[in-house]
Design a protein around this ligand. Structure first.
Ligand SMILES: [Zn+2]
Length: 202
């Protein structure tokens, strides 16, 4: 597989890079991405492929279950750089159906040390869905329930995003909108769940 990657890079250099030399020469001087994408690390959700975008267009942060943790210095730095330095006007949090990270919230593993700690940042989404279903006395199949948790997790992470003071300020100054999307691997479609242009109140 490693050889395949390097072979692919040779083809990229001779086919794509050579054909679009001016585009890549401009990009090498400066990037001007207009969207920050916060997505899942899942290999089946490659942002540039599913949105048909090119190098230089999207600033990307990916982690297990597309989580916005407020104690995550990695994401904090990405957000600060995106908003304060790149002046990116739109942030997308994109979940996906069939997310292994979300499914892992139902499993008890005695071997994993870090995954359960990380998923604590998404656990409230599962609780909200289960409470709602219990309140409605609804029984649904596990696949449907998982889809609801994936969607609720996107909403939850949009809430977490607004806990960052500089995200709130950028929204209040109408410089930033945040978007919640879900990608469906079975059809290739992206579903728009939510758009926030105004920061929610404390
Ligand atoms: Zn996932």
């Amino acid at each position: 597989m490693i050889t395949t990657l390097l072979d692919g890079n040779r083809r990229f250099v001779t086919d794509v890079f050579a054909r679009e030399r001016d585009y890549f020469a401009d990009l090498a001087k400066m990037q001007r991405p207009t969207v920050l994408w916060i997505g899942c690390s899942d290999s089946r959700v490659p942002v540039n492929t599913i949105t048909q975008t090119r190098a230089g267009e999207i600033f990307v942060h990916r982690n297990v279950a597309n989580i916005v943790a407020t104690n995550d210095w990695n994401l904090s730095a990405v957000l600060e750089f995106s908003i304060n330095h790149l002046q990116i006007p739109d942030i997308v949090v994109c979940g996906h159906y069939g997310c292994g990270g979300i499914a892992a919230m139902d499993e008890t593993s005695h071997d994993d040390r870090y995954i359960p700690i990380w998923l604590n940042n998404a656990y409230k989404a599962k609780e909200r869905v289960d409470e709602k279903l219990a309140g409605l006395h609804m029984e649904i199949d596990s696949e449907h329930r998982m889809k609801l948790i994936v969607e609720e997790n996107v909403r939850l992470q949009l809430e977490h995003l607004q806990e960052y003071p500089f995200v709130r300020s950028a929204m209040q100054e109408e410089k930033l909108s945040i978007h919640g999307w879900v990608y469906d691997m079975s059809t290739g479609d992206i579903r728009v769940l939510q758009k926030n242009t105004v920061a929610c109140r404390d």
